[in-house]
Design a binder for this molecule. Sequence first.
Ligand SMILES: O=C(O)[C@H](O)[C@@H](O)[C@H](O)[C@H](O)COP(=O)(O)O
Length: 243
Amino acid sequence: MIPLPPNTELTADAEATARAAAEHLLTIAGSAPGDRVAICLSGGSTPKRLYALLASPGFVERVPWARIHWFFGDDRVVPWDDPLSNVRMVREAFGHAAPVPATHLHFIPSDKGAEAGARAYERVLQDFYGADRLDPNRPLFDLVLLGLGSDGHTASLFPGKPALAEREAWVAPVPEAGMEPFVPRITLTFPALASSRSVLFLVNGAGKREPLQRLANGEDLPARHVESAGRVTWYVDREAAAA
Ligand SMILES: O=C(O)[C@H](O)[C@@H](O)[C@H](O)[C@H](O)COP(=O)(O)O
């Protein structure tokens, strides 16, 4: 078995990962200090089952939909109805069953292009937060959901790219993605992701063994640099862990 990151919960399979993450999300939402809950969603394919589960019987009645505001950790610079769009993935997963108030789903304005879209999304976040500087004692997000790319990226923070070094801006353009789909991206930066009460990584499948092993070997991969004011928890299924 691959040595796993600290605070890893080993799950039986992808379904168990989704169920564990759903329960974790409900716990975080239920303990949020304010009257609003800010959750930052991951893109990619792994979290789709989690999102569908939240909208399914047994969970949909337990989610405080009226209090939760949903944000995105990154998106591809494509139209929102493009198959590559994380917005489309989330909308399809939530479907019509999730009673998300229209003003509570805060899309990344990918239609503005990478540069202008990043600036615009930063304004969305700052308007919601009520300030343009992050207070270490007042996290922006209650929960951040993240995935792990096969190259060790997370959100759209790819190895060797300039966005890794961004320590002031909350959102950064990524003109060239580090792996497929090779379309421009918009990503939250490490300081924005760190302004959180809790971070969950969801990692399933044999394709993640390599980045997990590289992290265990101490390699300086972007996912290693994700911090939180609270706890960074990894939900890793047995196939990814080679367990
Ligand atoms: O927009 C994206 O693609 C995600 O934000 C990205 O960081 C994703 O989480 C990883 O690439 C893992 O993707 P999978 O879940 O599809 O393996």
